[in-house]
Design a binder for this molecule. Structure first.
Ligand SMILES: *Cc1c(COP(=O)(O)O)cnc(C)c1O
Length: 377
């Protein structure tokens, strides 16, 4: 599985130039099939990918969307979430989680994280319910499944919908059940850098409820029930045939890539040992994490990032600003107990390369260089 080094020997967060040659060729053939078919919207490739993705995540069905943001927003709208409703969600997430809630007209209410997992904390969630709460959108952040059984119990107790933002957690499990099967629906993103990525924007909704799925299917296609018949105001958020064609080819590799991510994450967790740096503990079952990102924490984040960059290692920060501090969120509502762990995380976290095309010598290099870091003051 060792790939040759590219011309630049920088170790990148993602490196699409290293896709297997057989896959690159298969993608090209699949794209040409679409071009030659003359059917470019909601045709064979989209139907085939929707079936394959539903099977992969053990859902009853899948509806492709234009992107992950739309998948969350459309699912929430179909559940009737809108103005006057509150939706609980973590502040430590990619902004689209929160933007999707805002776009429905509902008010996001921000819960804190568990500092050991960086996922939403059930104790903090339980501080956020009011009579207006309509849904909880959990995020399986960095590829680690959130504590779904506890969160599902809380939702049942308060009679609110559980929704899973699975944009970072393709094929992750939670107590042997795939993520996405606990909630009313799951939203997926196939943005190029996700564990399963397209060559542009793409997303999907999966669910265990066929009646919900058929409403999502109508919504993403102008709210059209039959040709030229519109009972609701939907949108245009269709998964593209070309993206579906590429996703079908890449899906064949997803398990292998996930295994490789787990292998690299386990090496980091076993071998990173620098007194100035901590790692997030791995879950007790390796299946619960698909390592979309590998996070370390340090109070010397900026100098560590500069040092790694000088040594040819690219890093990123997920995320420097929590969502409740974004100007786009007016008058943010927070858990009564506050968001101390979220703030600490945003100030100290750093993401190391963990993509499946890293070779052993590159993983060795990251470990050695991180272990030699000394804060300069
Ligand atoms: C990427 C991502 C999204 C949004 O996906 P897009 O396809 O870019 O719209 C939503 N939530 C999380 C947690 C993500 O990482």
């Amino acid at each position: 599985m060792n790939s040759p080094m590219t011309s630049s020997d920088s170790i990148l967060i993602n490196d699409f130039s290293r896709l297997p040659t057989v896959l690159i060729e298969a993608q090209s053939r699949a794209i040409h099939e679409v071009i030659d078919s003359g059917s470019y919207i909601l045709s064979d490739k989209v139907r085939s990918f929707e079936r394959s993705w539903a099977t992969s995540v053990e859902a009853i069905g899948c509806v492709g969307t234009a992107n992950g943001l739309d998948a969350i927003e459309i699912g929430l709208r179909v559940l009737g979430v809108g103005a006057g409703d509150e939706v609980i969600t973590p502040s430590l997430t990619a902004f689209p989680t929160v933007l999707a809630i805002l776009r429905t007209g509902a008010t996001p209410v921000f819960a804190d994280i568990d500092p050991l997992t960086a996922c939403i904390s059930p104790a903090s969630v339980s501080n956020c319910f009011t009579s207006r709460t309509k849904a909880l959108v959990v995020v399986h952040l960095y590829g680690r499944s959130a504590p779904l059984e506890e969160l599902r119990d809380l939702c049942n107790e308060h009679n609110v919908f559980l929704v899973e933002d699975c944009a970072q957690a393709h094929l992750a499990k939670s107590n042997t059940h795939p993520v996405g099967t606990y909630g009313k629906f799951a939203a997926w993103s196939f943005y190029p850098t996700k564990n399963l990525g397209a060559i542009g924007d793409a997303g999907a909704v999966t669910s265990m409820d066929p009646e919900f799925l058929s409403r999502v299917r109508i919504f993403r296609n102008y709210g059209q029930t039959d040709r030229y018949t519109h009972q609701i105001q939907g949108s245009n958020s269709r998964l593209d045939e070309l993206q579906a064609a590429v996703l079908l080819e890449r899906l064949k590799y997803l398990e292998e890539w996930t295994t490789k991510r787990r292998y690299i994450a386990q090496r980091y967790s076993a071998q990173l040992s620098n007194p100035y740096i901590s790692t997030l503990p791995l879950p007790s079952s390796s299946l619960d994490h698909v390592h979309h990102l590998y996070i370390i924490k340090t109070s010397y984040r900026d100098s560590l990032q500069a040092y790694l960059s000088q040594n040819g290692i690219q890093t990123l920060i997920h995320y420097p600003i929590p969502c409740h501090k974004q100007a786009a969120v007016k008058q943010p509502r927070l858990a009564s107990s506050g968001l101390v762990h979220t703030l600490d995380h945003c100030n100290t976290c750093l993401s190391l390369p963990v993509h499946p095309f890293l070779c052993d010598s590159e993983v060795d290099k990251v470990i050695n260089i991180v272990n030699r870091f000394q804060p300069s003051n």
